[in-house]
Design a protein around this ligand. Structure first.
Ligand code: COA
Length: 173
C-alpha cells in the first residue's frame, strides 16, 4: 500500500475530510480504575460527529496543534494531533489529543508510525513526557502499552473532565 505521511495543513483540513474515515471500534472489555472489566464498548463517528471533527481539527490547527496525517491518494486514512500547551505540575507533559487509523487500514503499522511522530513532535517542543487519555477499551490500551506507555503518574483533571472514561497514560520522551 502506497501512503504518504506528512504534517496536515489548514488547507487540507477541508469539508468532507472524514467522510470515508471509519472510526468504528468495538470491544468486550474496558479498563475502569485500573481494573479490566467485562463491558461492551463501541465508538463510531456518524455524519454529525465527522462534521464536528472537521471543525474541531481546523480550530486545533489554528491554535498550533501539530497534526500529522496519513493519505492514500487524497483519502485521509490516519492522523494524530499533539496540543501545544503544557500540562502537569512542572509543565512536563504535552497532550496527544488524537490518534486514529481508519478501520480498513489498521494492523499495518500506521498507528505505530503516527505515535512515533507524535512523540518526536512533543520532544521537539520541549516536553519531557507525552500524556494521553486512551480510549478505555482493552485493544486500545494494549496498543499503547505495546508502544511503551504506562499509567500516567499525574492525572490531569482538566483532561479527565473532558473525557471521564479515558485511561490516563504517558510515555517518557
Ligand atoms: C489504536 C490504533 C491507533 C492502532 O493503530 P494500528 O495501525 O492498528 O496499529 P499498528 O498496526 O501500528 O500496531 C502497532 C503495534 O501495536 C500492536 N497492537 C495493536 N493493537 C493491539 C492489540 N489490540 N493488542 C496488542 N497489541 C496490539 C501491534 O501488534 C503492533 O505491534 P508489533 O510492532 O509487535 O507488530 C488503531 O487501532 C485505531 O485507530 N483504533 C481505533 C481508534 C482508537 O482507539 N484510537 C485511540 C484513541 S485514544
Amino acid at each position: 500500500m502506497t501512503v504518504q505521511i506528512r504534517p496536515m495543513t489548514l488547507r487540507e483540513c477541508r469539508r468532507g475530510l472524514f467522510r470515508r474515515f471509519v472510526r468504528h471500534s468495538t470491544d468486550t472489555h474496558i479498563w475502569k480504575n485500573g481494573v479490566l472489566v467485562e463491558q461492551s464498548f463501541m465508538r463510531e463517528w456518524d455524519r454529525a460527529k465527522c462534521r464536528r471533527m472537521e471543525d474541531g481539527l481546523r480550530q486545533k490547527l489554528k491554535e498550533g496543534c501539530a497534526v500529522h496525517a496519513v493519505w492514500k491518494r487524497r483519502q485521509l486514512i490516519g492522523f494524530c494531533a499533539v496540543e501545544p500547551m503544557p500540562y502537569g505540575s512542572d509543565g512536563q507533559y504535552l497532550n496527544l489529543l488524537f490518534l486514529h487509523v481508519s478501520k480498513p487500514y489498521r494492523g499495518q503499522g500506521l498507528g505505530a508510525k503516527l505515535f512515533a511522530l507524535a512523540c518526536n513532535e512533543a520532544r521537539a517542543r520541549g516536553a519531557q513526557k507525552l500524556y494521553l487519555g486512551a480510549a478505555p477499551n482493552k485493544d486500545t490500551v494494549a496498543f499503547y502499552r505495546r508502544m511503551g506507555c504506562t499509567e500516567a503518574v499525574e492525572h490531569i483533571q482538566e483532561l479527565i473532565d473532558a473525557e471521564p472514561d479515558d485511561y490516563p497514560m504517558e510515555i517518557a520522551l
